[in-house]
Design a protein. Sequence first.
Length: 557
Amino acid sequence: MPLYVFRYILASLLASVLVLASCAPAQPAGAPSQSPQGPSGQAPAQATAVPKPSPAAQPQRGGTLTISTGADVTDFDIHQNTSISLLQPLVPAYNMLVQYDPGDPSRIVGDLAESWSLSTDGLTYTFKLRPGITFHDGQPMTVDDVVYNMERMANPPKGVRSGRKEQFRMLDKIEKVNESTMRIVFKEPYGSFMAQFATDWFVIFPKSLLEKKGDMKKDVVGTGPFMLKNYTPGISLELVRYDKYFKKDMPYLDGVTTYIIKDQSTRFAAFRTGQVLMTGRIFAALSPSEARTVEKDYPNLVLKRFSGLQGPWFVFNTKRKPFDDVRVRRAIFMALDRDAMLKVIGEGEGVVGGFLSPGEWTLSEKEMRQTAGYRVPKAADIAEAKKLLAEAGYPNGFDVPTGFVVRDLVQRPSEFFAGQLQPLGISMKLEVMETTAQSSRTAKRDFAITAQFNASRINDPDELFRKYITNADQAYGDYSDPEVDRLLVEQGRAFDPVKRRQLLLQLSQRLEETAPAISPYWENTILGLWPQVRGFTPPPSGSYMLNRYENVWLAAK
Protein backbone atom coordinates (compact mmCIF):
# COMPACT_ATOMS: atom_id res chain seq x y z
CA MET A 1 0.00 0.00 0.00
CA PRO A 2 1.47 3.42 -0.92
CA LEU A 3 2.56 5.54 2.04
CA TYR A 4 0.18 8.39 1.22
CA VAL A 5 -2.81 6.00 1.15
CA PHE A 6 -1.76 4.52 4.49
CA ARG A 7 -1.50 8.00 6.02
CA TYR A 8 -4.91 8.95 4.69
CA ILE A 9 -6.56 5.89 6.20
CA LEU A 10 -4.87 6.56 9.54
CA ALA A 11 -5.94 10.20 9.44
CA SER A 12 -9.57 9.20 9.11
CA LEU A 13 -9.27 7.02 12.22
CA LEU A 14 -7.33 9.54 14.30
CA ALA A 15 -10.22 11.18 16.12
CA SER A 16 -11.66 7.96 17.50
CA VAL A 17 -8.24 6.73 18.60
CA LEU A 18 -7.23 9.95 20.31
CA VAL A 19 -10.38 10.30 22.36
CA LEU A 20 -9.42 7.06 24.10
CA ALA A 21 -5.68 7.72 24.19
CA SER A 22 -5.98 11.16 25.72
CA CYS A 23 -7.66 9.58 28.73
CA ALA A 24 -5.21 6.71 29.03
CA PRO A 25 -2.42 6.57 31.60
CA ALA A 26 1.12 7.33 30.53
CA GLN A 27 2.86 4.44 28.83
CA PRO A 28 5.59 2.58 30.68
CA ALA A 29 9.21 3.36 29.89
CA GLY A 30 10.30 1.65 26.71
CA ALA A 31 6.80 1.37 25.21
CA PRO A 32 6.72 2.18 21.49
CA SER A 33 5.57 5.57 20.29
CA GLN A 34 4.24 6.64 16.93
CA SER A 35 6.15 7.68 13.83
CA PRO A 36 6.97 11.41 13.81
CA GLN A 37 5.11 11.78 10.53
CA GLY A 38 2.20 9.74 11.92
CA PRO A 39 -1.16 10.05 10.21
CA SER A 40 -0.72 13.15 8.09
CA GLY A 41 2.06 14.22 10.41
CA GLN A 42 -0.10 14.18 13.54
CA ALA A 43 1.56 13.74 16.92
CA PRO A 44 1.23 10.48 18.80
CA ALA A 45 -1.44 10.59 21.47
CA GLN A 46 0.91 9.53 24.23
CA ALA A 47 4.64 9.69 24.42
CA THR A 48 7.07 7.70 26.42
CA ALA A 49 10.22 7.73 28.06
CA VAL A 50 13.94 7.50 27.82
CA PRO A 51 15.09 5.39 24.86
CA LYS A 52 17.24 2.39 25.70
CA PRO A 53 20.70 1.92 24.21
CA SER A 54 21.33 -0.77 21.64
CA PRO A 55 21.44 -4.25 23.24
CA ALA A 56 24.33 -5.25 20.95
CA ALA A 57 26.90 -4.35 23.61
CA GLN A 58 26.93 -3.09 27.18
CA PRO A 59 27.59 0.68 27.28
CA GLN A 60 30.73 1.76 29.09
CA ARG A 61 31.13 4.97 31.04
CA GLY A 62 33.91 7.46 30.49
CA GLY A 63 35.86 9.15 27.74
CA THR A 64 35.31 12.28 25.69
CA LEU A 65 33.64 12.25 22.30
CA THR A 66 35.49 14.58 19.91
CA ILE A 67 33.59 15.96 16.93
CA SER A 68 34.51 18.40 14.17
CA THR A 69 32.64 21.32 12.70
CA GLY A 70 33.51 23.71 9.91
CA ALA A 71 31.81 26.78 11.36
CA ASP A 72 32.04 28.64 14.63
CA VAL A 73 28.93 29.61 16.59
CA THR A 74 27.60 33.13 16.11
CA ASP A 75 26.38 33.28 19.73
CA PHE A 76 24.73 30.85 22.16
CA ASP A 77 21.06 31.86 21.81
CA ILE A 78 19.60 28.94 19.85
CA HIS A 79 16.10 30.45 19.76
CA GLN A 80 17.25 33.53 17.90
CA ASN A 81 19.41 31.73 15.37
CA THR A 82 18.79 29.84 12.16
CA SER A 83 22.37 28.68 11.57
CA ILE A 84 22.85 24.96 12.07
CA SER A 85 26.34 25.70 13.41
CA LEU A 86 24.85 26.16 16.92
CA LEU A 87 23.10 22.83 17.25
CA GLN A 88 25.95 20.32 17.16
CA PRO A 89 28.12 21.94 19.87
CA LEU A 90 25.34 23.34 22.12
CA VAL A 91 22.39 20.93 22.11
CA PRO A 92 24.12 18.42 24.44
CA ALA A 93 23.56 21.03 27.18
CA TYR A 94 19.79 21.17 26.65
CA ASN A 95 16.51 19.29 26.46
CA MET A 96 13.25 19.81 24.58
CA LEU A 97 9.74 18.72 25.51
CA VAL A 98 9.95 15.85 23.00
CA GLN A 99 12.70 14.45 20.82
CA TYR A 100 13.42 11.97 18.07
CA ASP A 101 14.32 8.63 19.60
CA PRO A 102 18.14 8.24 19.42
CA GLY A 103 17.68 4.47 19.03
CA ASP A 104 14.97 4.73 16.37
CA PRO A 105 14.76 8.17 14.73
CA SER A 106 11.50 7.26 13.02
CA ARG A 107 9.75 7.75 16.40
CA ILE A 108 9.09 10.71 18.65
CA VAL A 109 9.49 10.12 22.39
CA GLY A 110 9.23 12.24 25.50
CA ASP A 111 12.15 14.30 26.74
CA LEU A 112 11.23 16.88 29.39
CA ALA A 113 7.67 15.75 28.77
CA GLU A 114 6.66 12.54 30.50
CA SER A 115 3.67 12.18 28.19
CA TRP A 116 1.49 14.22 25.88
CA SER A 117 -1.90 14.03 24.22
CA LEU A 118 -3.66 15.59 21.27
CA SER A 119 -7.31 16.64 21.48
CA THR A 120 -9.89 14.97 19.25
CA ASP A 121 -10.22 18.12 17.13
CA GLY A 122 -6.47 18.16 16.48
CA LEU A 123 -6.00 21.62 17.99
CA THR A 124 -4.68 21.18 21.54
CA TYR A 125 -1.39 19.54 22.55
CA THR A 126 -1.16 18.89 26.29
CA PHE A 127 2.23 18.07 27.85
CA LYS A 128 2.82 16.59 31.30
CA LEU A 129 6.35 17.30 32.57
CA ARG A 130 8.69 14.98 34.40
CA PRO A 131 9.29 15.94 38.06
CA GLY A 132 12.60 16.73 39.73
CA ILE A 133 14.53 18.27 36.82
CA THR A 134 17.13 20.96 37.57
CA PHE A 135 19.09 23.40 35.45
CA HIS A 136 22.89 23.38 35.53
CA ASP A 137 22.81 26.35 37.94
CA GLY A 138 20.85 24.28 40.46
CA GLN A 139 17.47 25.96 39.88
CA PRO A 140 14.45 23.68 39.41
CA MET A 141 12.98 23.45 35.92
CA THR A 142 9.24 24.17 36.11
CA VAL A 143 6.27 24.46 33.82
CA ASP A 144 6.73 28.24 33.98
CA ASP A 145 10.13 27.87 32.30
CA VAL A 146 8.58 25.88 29.47
CA VAL A 147 5.66 28.26 28.92
CA TYR A 148 8.00 31.26 28.95
CA ASN A 149 10.31 29.65 26.36
CA MET A 150 7.43 28.70 24.07
CA GLU A 151 6.04 32.24 24.26
CA ARG A 152 9.48 33.66 23.52
CA MET A 153 9.74 31.58 20.36
CA ALA A 154 6.14 32.14 19.26
CA ASN A 155 5.83 35.85 20.16
CA PRO A 156 9.34 37.22 20.68
CA PRO A 157 9.61 40.39 22.77
CA LYS A 158 10.90 43.58 21.22
CA GLY A 159 14.55 43.29 20.25
CA VAL A 160 14.46 39.49 20.21
CA ARG A 161 14.45 37.58 16.96
CA SER A 162 12.79 34.17 16.81
CA GLY A 163 14.03 31.64 14.31
CA ARG A 164 11.10 29.43 15.34
CA LYS A 165 8.27 31.90 14.89
CA GLU A 166 7.01 30.31 11.67
CA GLN A 167 6.44 27.02 13.49
CA PHE A 168 3.82 28.79 15.64
CA ARG A 169 2.09 30.57 12.78
CA MET A 170 -1.34 29.05 13.55
CA LEU A 171 -1.02 29.50 17.32
CA ASP A 172 -4.01 30.42 19.43
CA LYS A 173 -2.44 30.32 22.89
CA ILE A 174 0.17 28.75 25.16
CA GLU A 175 -0.89 28.25 28.75
CA LYS A 176 -0.03 26.66 32.07
CA VAL A 177 -2.61 24.10 33.22
CA ASN A 178 -1.10 23.27 36.60
CA GLU A 179 2.33 22.86 38.19
CA SER A 180 3.19 19.89 35.98
CA THR A 181 1.16 20.46 32.82
CA MET A 182 1.05 22.97 29.98
CA ARG A 183 -0.66 23.10 26.63
CA ILE A 184 -0.29 24.61 23.19
CA VAL A 185 -3.51 25.42 21.33
CA PHE A 186 -3.70 26.09 17.59
CA LYS A 187 -6.44 27.79 15.61
CA GLU A 188 -6.59 24.92 13.13
CA PRO A 189 -5.06 21.43 12.84
CA TYR A 190 -1.32 21.58 12.18
CA GLY A 191 -0.19 18.26 10.77
CA SER A 192 3.59 18.71 10.80
CA PHE A 193 3.90 20.49 14.15
CA MET A 194 5.19 17.58 16.22
CA ALA A 195 7.63 16.49 13.54
CA GLN A 196 9.15 19.98 13.67
CA PHE A 197 8.74 20.40 17.42
CA ALA A 198 10.91 17.32 18.08
CA THR A 199 13.90 18.84 16.29
CA ASP A 200 16.75 20.28 18.33
CA TRP A 201 15.77 23.94 17.94
CA PHE A 202 13.13 23.93 20.70
CA VAL A 203 15.47 23.83 23.69
CA ILE A 204 14.40 25.13 27.10
CA PHE A 205 16.37 27.97 28.74
CA PRO A 206 15.95 29.13 32.38
CA LYS A 207 13.19 31.73 32.57
CA SER A 208 15.04 33.54 35.37
CA LEU A 209 18.14 34.02 33.23
CA LEU A 210 16.16 35.20 30.22
CA GLU A 211 14.30 37.73 32.36
CA LYS A 212 17.55 38.95 33.91
CA LYS A 213 19.68 39.23 30.75
CA GLY A 214 17.16 39.31 27.91
CA ASP A 215 18.94 36.65 25.87
CA MET A 216 21.25 33.65 26.03
CA LYS A 217 23.91 34.94 23.67
CA LYS A 218 26.71 34.56 26.21
CA ASP A 219 25.34 31.85 28.50
CA VAL A 220 24.93 28.09 28.22
CA VAL A 221 22.62 26.90 31.01
CA GLY A 222 20.26 24.03 30.37
CA THR A 223 19.01 20.77 31.83
CA GLY A 224 20.94 18.57 29.43
CA PRO A 225 23.41 15.73 30.01
CA PHE A 226 26.42 17.99 29.53
CA MET A 227 27.34 21.48 30.75
CA LEU A 228 29.73 24.09 29.41
CA LYS A 229 33.34 23.86 30.55
CA ASN A 230 35.12 26.12 28.09
CA TYR A 231 34.64 27.90 24.79
CA THR A 232 37.61 29.18 22.80
CA PRO A 233 36.33 31.06 19.72
CA GLY A 234 37.58 29.55 16.50
CA ILE A 235 39.15 26.60 18.34
CA SER A 236 36.75 24.46 20.38
CA LEU A 237 33.71 24.21 22.62
CA GLU A 238 34.06 21.79 25.54
CA LEU A 239 31.20 20.24 27.48
CA VAL A 240 31.45 17.96 30.54
CA ARG A 241 29.01 15.56 32.17
CA TYR A 242 26.21 17.04 34.28
CA ASP A 243 26.09 14.67 37.25
CA LYS A 244 22.51 15.60 38.21
CA TYR A 245 21.03 14.75 34.81
CA PHE A 246 17.48 13.47 35.24
CA LYS A 247 17.81 10.43 32.96
CA LYS A 248 19.15 7.55 35.01
CA ASP A 249 22.68 6.33 34.18
CA MET A 250 23.07 8.92 31.42
CA PRO A 251 25.18 10.26 29.93
CA TYR A 252 27.82 7.60 29.45
CA LEU A 253 30.50 10.02 28.26
CA ASP A 254 32.61 12.27 30.47
CA GLY A 255 32.26 15.02 27.92
CA VAL A 256 31.81 16.17 24.33
CA THR A 257 34.33 18.47 22.65
CA THR A 258 33.61 20.11 19.30
CA TYR A 259 36.69 21.23 17.39
CA ILE A 260 36.14 24.17 15.06
CA ILE A 261 38.25 23.37 11.98
CA LYS A 262 37.34 25.51 9.00
CA ASP A 263 39.88 24.10 6.55
CA GLN A 264 38.53 20.91 4.98
CA SER A 265 41.86 19.14 4.49
CA THR A 266 42.86 19.88 8.11
CA ARG A 267 39.49 18.62 9.29
CA PHE A 268 39.92 15.39 7.33
CA ALA A 269 43.43 14.90 8.72
CA ALA A 270 42.11 15.35 12.27
CA PHE A 271 39.61 12.58 11.65
CA ARG A 272 42.08 10.19 10.02
CA THR A 273 44.55 10.57 12.88
CA GLY A 274 41.91 10.05 15.58
CA GLN A 275 42.02 13.56 17.05
CA VAL A 276 38.38 13.70 15.96
CA LEU A 277 36.42 10.51 16.62
CA MET A 278 33.30 11.54 14.72
CA THR A 279 32.90 13.96 11.84
CA GLY A 280 30.26 16.63 12.05
CA ARG A 281 27.37 16.69 9.64
CA ILE A 282 26.40 19.69 7.52
CA PHE A 283 29.55 21.74 8.01
CA ALA A 284 31.99 18.89 8.52
CA ALA A 285 30.69 15.74 6.84
CA LEU A 286 33.02 13.80 4.59
CA SER A 287 33.10 14.69 0.92
CA PRO A 288 32.54 11.81 -1.51
CA SER A 289 36.25 11.79 -2.41
CA GLU A 290 37.20 11.72 1.29
CA ALA A 291 34.77 8.84 1.82
CA ARG A 292 36.41 6.91 -1.02
CA THR A 293 39.81 7.50 0.58
CA VAL A 294 38.54 6.22 3.92
CA GLU A 295 37.05 3.12 2.32
CA LYS A 296 40.32 2.37 0.55
CA ASP A 297 43.01 3.36 3.04
CA TYR A 298 41.30 3.21 6.45
CA PRO A 299 39.03 0.14 6.45
CA ASN A 300 38.72 0.21 10.25
CA LEU A 301 36.83 3.51 10.15
CA VAL A 302 33.04 3.49 9.88
CA LEU A 303 31.01 5.37 7.27
CA LYS A 304 27.30 6.11 7.54
CA ARG A 305 25.45 7.52 4.52
CA PHE A 306 22.00 9.09 4.63
CA SER A 307 19.92 11.66 2.80
CA GLY A 308 20.98 15.02 4.18
CA LEU A 309 18.07 17.04 2.71
CA GLN A 310 20.61 19.80 2.20
CA GLY A 311 22.54 21.67 -0.43
CA PRO A 312 23.61 25.11 -1.69
CA TRP A 313 20.93 27.80 -1.81
CA PHE A 314 21.12 31.02 -3.81
CA VAL A 315 18.65 33.74 -2.76
CA PHE A 316 17.93 36.84 -4.84
CA ASN A 317 17.27 40.22 -3.25
CA THR A 318 13.91 40.87 -4.90
CA LYS A 319 14.01 44.53 -3.86
CA ARG A 320 17.33 45.31 -5.57
CA LYS A 321 17.90 45.80 -9.31
CA PRO A 322 18.12 43.84 -11.51
CA PHE A 323 16.65 41.06 -9.38
CA ASP A 324 13.47 43.00 -8.69
CA ASP A 325 12.54 41.94 -12.24
CA VAL A 326 11.11 38.43 -12.25
CA ARG A 327 12.32 37.91 -15.81
CA VAL A 328 15.93 38.28 -14.70
CA ARG A 329 15.51 35.83 -11.83
CA ARG A 330 13.64 33.41 -14.07
CA ALA A 331 16.38 33.59 -16.73
CA ILE A 332 19.07 32.62 -14.22
CA PHE A 333 16.82 29.91 -12.79
CA MET A 334 16.46 28.38 -16.26
CA ALA A 335 20.07 28.68 -17.37
CA LEU A 336 21.77 26.98 -14.42
CA ASP A 337 22.96 23.45 -15.24
CA ARG A 338 22.02 21.61 -12.06
CA ASP A 339 23.23 18.23 -13.28
CA ALA A 340 26.69 19.62 -13.98
CA MET A 341 26.84 21.31 -10.57
CA LEU A 342 25.87 18.09 -8.79
CA LYS A 343 28.47 16.12 -10.75
CA VAL A 344 31.32 18.61 -10.31
CA ILE A 345 30.66 20.12 -6.88
CA GLY A 346 28.55 17.41 -5.23
CA GLU A 347 30.65 14.64 -6.82
CA GLY A 348 27.42 12.91 -7.81
CA GLU A 349 26.35 12.21 -4.19
CA GLY A 350 22.78 13.44 -4.23
CA VAL A 351 19.88 14.27 -6.54
CA VAL A 352 18.97 17.23 -8.75
CA GLY A 353 16.02 19.00 -7.23
CA GLY A 354 14.04 22.13 -6.69
CA PHE A 355 12.07 23.85 -3.97
CA LEU A 356 10.61 20.66 -2.51
CA SER A 357 13.06 18.24 -0.89
CA PRO A 358 13.19 14.69 -2.30
CA GLY A 359 10.27 12.47 -1.37
CA GLU A 360 6.67 11.65 -2.07
CA TRP A 361 5.52 15.23 -2.67
CA THR A 362 7.94 16.43 -5.32
CA LEU A 363 8.04 15.98 -9.08
CA SER A 364 8.87 12.60 -10.54
CA GLU A 365 12.05 12.35 -12.58
CA LYS A 366 10.01 12.35 -15.79
CA GLU A 367 7.98 15.40 -14.73
CA MET A 368 11.08 17.28 -13.62
CA ARG A 369 12.93 16.69 -16.89
CA GLN A 370 10.05 18.25 -18.81
CA THR A 371 10.22 21.41 -16.71
CA ALA A 372 12.18 24.50 -17.78
CA GLY A 373 15.35 24.78 -15.71
CA TYR A 374 15.71 21.02 -15.29
CA ARG A 375 15.77 19.96 -18.93
CA VAL A 376 18.84 18.29 -20.42
CA PRO A 377 20.57 19.18 -22.62
CA LYS A 378 20.43 22.88 -21.68
CA ALA A 379 20.22 24.50 -25.12
CA ALA A 380 16.47 25.19 -24.99
CA ASP A 381 16.63 26.61 -21.45
CA ILE A 382 19.55 28.92 -22.29
CA ALA A 383 17.79 30.19 -25.43
CA GLU A 384 14.66 31.03 -23.42
CA ALA A 385 16.80 32.63 -20.70
CA LYS A 386 18.47 34.95 -23.24
CA LYS A 387 15.06 35.92 -24.58
CA LEU A 388 13.84 36.82 -21.09
CA LEU A 389 16.93 38.93 -20.41
CA ALA A 390 16.42 40.81 -23.67
CA GLU A 391 12.78 41.50 -22.74
CA ALA A 392 13.98 42.80 -19.37
CA GLY A 393 16.38 45.21 -21.11
CA TYR A 394 19.60 43.18 -20.75
CA PRO A 395 20.23 41.65 -24.20
CA ASN A 396 23.97 41.55 -23.50
CA GLY A 397 23.72 40.59 -19.87
CA PHE A 398 24.97 42.75 -16.97
CA ASP A 399 27.45 42.97 -14.13
CA VAL A 400 25.89 41.97 -10.82
CA PRO A 401 26.12 44.91 -8.41
CA THR A 402 28.49 44.45 -5.49
CA GLY A 403 26.76 42.06 -3.18
CA PHE A 404 27.10 38.42 -4.23
CA VAL A 405 27.59 37.59 -0.57
CA VAL A 406 28.91 34.07 -0.10
CA ARG A 407 29.24 32.07 3.10
CA ASP A 408 32.70 30.50 3.08
CA LEU A 409 31.18 27.03 3.32
CA VAL A 410 29.50 27.38 -0.08
CA GLN A 411 32.32 29.09 -1.95
CA ARG A 412 32.86 26.31 -4.50
CA PRO A 413 29.16 26.00 -5.47
CA SER A 414 29.02 29.80 -5.73
CA GLU A 415 32.01 29.92 -8.05
CA PHE A 416 30.37 27.29 -10.22
CA PHE A 417 27.08 29.22 -10.14
CA ALA A 418 28.81 32.39 -11.31
CA GLY A 419 30.65 30.58 -14.09
CA GLN A 420 27.44 29.04 -15.38
CA LEU A 421 25.99 32.47 -16.13
CA GLN A 422 28.78 33.70 -18.38
CA PRO A 423 26.97 32.48 -21.55
CA LEU A 424 24.20 34.95 -20.63
CA GLY A 425 26.70 37.79 -20.35
CA ILE A 426 26.17 37.98 -16.59
CA SER A 427 29.29 38.67 -14.55
CA MET A 428 29.37 38.09 -10.80
CA LYS A 429 32.06 38.95 -8.28
CA LEU A 430 31.93 36.89 -5.11
CA GLU A 431 32.33 38.42 -1.67
CA VAL A 432 33.40 35.43 0.42
CA MET A 433 33.12 35.82 4.19
CA GLU A 434 32.78 33.82 7.39
CA THR A 435 29.39 32.80 8.71
CA THR A 436 28.99 35.63 11.23
CA ALA A 437 29.85 38.40 8.78
CA GLN A 438 27.73 36.90 6.04
CA SER A 439 24.76 36.47 8.37
CA SER A 440 25.02 40.15 9.34
CA ARG A 441 25.05 41.28 5.71
CA THR A 442 22.14 39.02 4.89
CA ALA A 443 20.07 40.20 7.87
CA LYS A 444 20.53 43.81 6.74
CA ARG A 445 19.58 42.83 3.16
CA ASP A 446 22.92 44.27 2.04
CA PHE A 447 23.32 41.96 -0.94
CA ALA A 448 22.17 41.30 -4.48
CA ILE A 449 22.49 37.53 -4.09
CA THR A 450 23.22 35.65 -0.89
CA ALA A 451 24.67 32.14 -1.03
CA GLN A 452 23.64 29.98 1.89
CA PHE A 453 23.68 26.32 2.85
CA ASN A 454 20.06 25.15 2.86
CA ALA A 455 18.93 22.23 5.00
CA SER A 456 15.44 20.95 5.72
CA ARG A 457 14.69 20.12 9.33
CA ILE A 458 12.08 17.55 8.35
CA ASN A 459 11.04 16.13 5.00
CA ASP A 460 7.70 17.91 4.86
CA PRO A 461 6.54 20.73 2.55
CA ASP A 462 5.67 22.92 5.55
CA GLU A 463 9.42 23.63 5.63
CA LEU A 464 8.78 26.12 2.82
CA PHE A 465 6.88 28.44 5.18
CA ARG A 466 10.04 29.70 6.85
CA LYS A 467 11.60 30.67 3.52
CA TYR A 468 8.91 31.79 1.10
CA ILE A 469 5.77 33.00 2.84
CA THR A 470 5.54 36.79 3.14
CA ASN A 471 7.68 38.13 6.01
CA ALA A 472 9.08 34.70 6.83
CA ASP A 473 12.11 34.72 9.12
CA GLN A 474 14.32 33.28 6.39
CA ALA A 475 12.79 35.19 3.48
CA TYR A 476 16.16 36.90 3.12
CA GLY A 477 15.33 38.34 -0.30
CA ASP A 478 12.10 39.97 0.96
CA TYR A 479 10.15 37.81 -1.47
CA SER A 480 6.38 38.10 -1.32
CA ASP A 481 3.78 36.57 -3.61
CA PRO A 482 0.06 36.33 -2.68
CA GLU A 483 -0.39 33.17 -4.74
CA VAL A 484 2.51 31.43 -2.98
CA ASP A 485 1.10 32.52 0.38
CA ARG A 486 -2.31 31.08 -0.52
CA LEU A 487 -0.94 27.76 -1.76
CA LEU A 488 1.34 27.36 1.26
CA VAL A 489 -1.58 27.79 3.64
CA GLU A 490 -3.93 25.54 1.66
CA GLN A 491 -1.47 22.66 1.32
CA GLY A 492 -0.86 22.78 5.08
CA ARG A 493 -4.58 22.33 5.69
CA ALA A 494 -4.98 19.46 3.23
CA PHE A 495 -5.19 16.09 4.99
CA ASP A 496 -6.05 14.26 1.76
CA PRO A 497 -2.58 13.43 0.40
CA VAL A 498 -3.77 13.42 -3.22
CA LYS A 499 -5.18 16.93 -2.86
CA ARG A 500 -2.09 18.06 -0.98
CA ARG A 501 0.24 16.86 -3.73
CA GLN A 502 -1.83 18.68 -6.37
CA LEU A 503 -1.53 21.91 -4.37
CA LEU A 504 2.19 21.35 -3.90
CA LEU A 505 2.78 20.88 -7.61
CA GLN A 506 0.99 24.20 -8.18
CA LEU A 507 3.13 25.77 -5.46
CA SER A 508 6.34 24.40 -6.94
CA GLN A 509 5.36 25.70 -10.38
CA ARG A 510 4.60 29.16 -9.01
CA LEU A 511 7.94 29.32 -7.19
CA GLU A 512 9.73 28.28 -10.37
CA GLU A 513 7.91 30.99 -12.32
CA THR A 514 8.79 33.73 -9.82
CA ALA A 515 12.23 32.29 -8.90
CA PRO A 516 12.96 33.90 -5.52
CA ALA A 517 15.85 31.46 -5.03
CA ILE A 518 17.56 28.42 -6.51
CA SER A 519 18.26 25.10 -4.76
CA PRO A 520 20.23 23.25 -7.45
CA TYR A 521 20.53 19.86 -5.79
CA TRP A 522 20.08 17.93 -2.57
CA GLU A 523 23.23 16.19 -1.43
CA ASN A 524 23.80 13.11 0.68
CA THR A 525 25.54 13.23 4.05
CA ILE A 526 28.48 10.93 4.72
CA LEU A 527 29.38 10.62 8.38
CA GLY A 528 32.68 9.17 9.56
CA LEU A 529 33.19 7.49 12.95
CA TRP A 530 35.98 5.64 14.65
CA PRO A 531 34.85 2.11 15.56
CA GLN A 532 34.86 2.77 19.32
CA VAL A 533 32.02 5.30 18.93
CA ARG A 534 28.85 3.37 19.81
CA GLY A 535 25.18 4.14 20.31
CA PHE A 536 24.78 6.68 17.51
CA THR A 537 22.06 6.11 14.91
CA PRO A 538 22.11 8.50 11.92
CA PRO A 539 19.01 10.69 11.70
CA PRO A 540 16.73 10.50 8.66
CA SER A 541 17.23 14.14 7.69
CA GLY A 542 20.55 15.78 8.22
CA SER A 543 21.57 17.74 11.29
CA TYR A 544 18.51 19.17 13.00
CA MET A 545 18.02 16.26 15.36
CA LEU A 546 19.94 13.83 17.59
CA ASN A 547 22.73 16.23 18.50
CA ARG A 548 22.65 15.48 22.25
CA TYR A 549 24.76 12.27 22.36
CA GLU A 550 23.37 11.29 25.75
CA ASN A 551 23.29 7.61 24.77
CA VAL A 552 26.61 7.59 22.87
CA TRP A 553 29.50 5.74 24.51
CA LEU A 554 33.09 4.81 23.72
CA ALA A 555 34.18 1.20 23.60
CA ALA A 556 37.70 0.14 24.52
CA LYS A 557 40.12 0.41 21.59
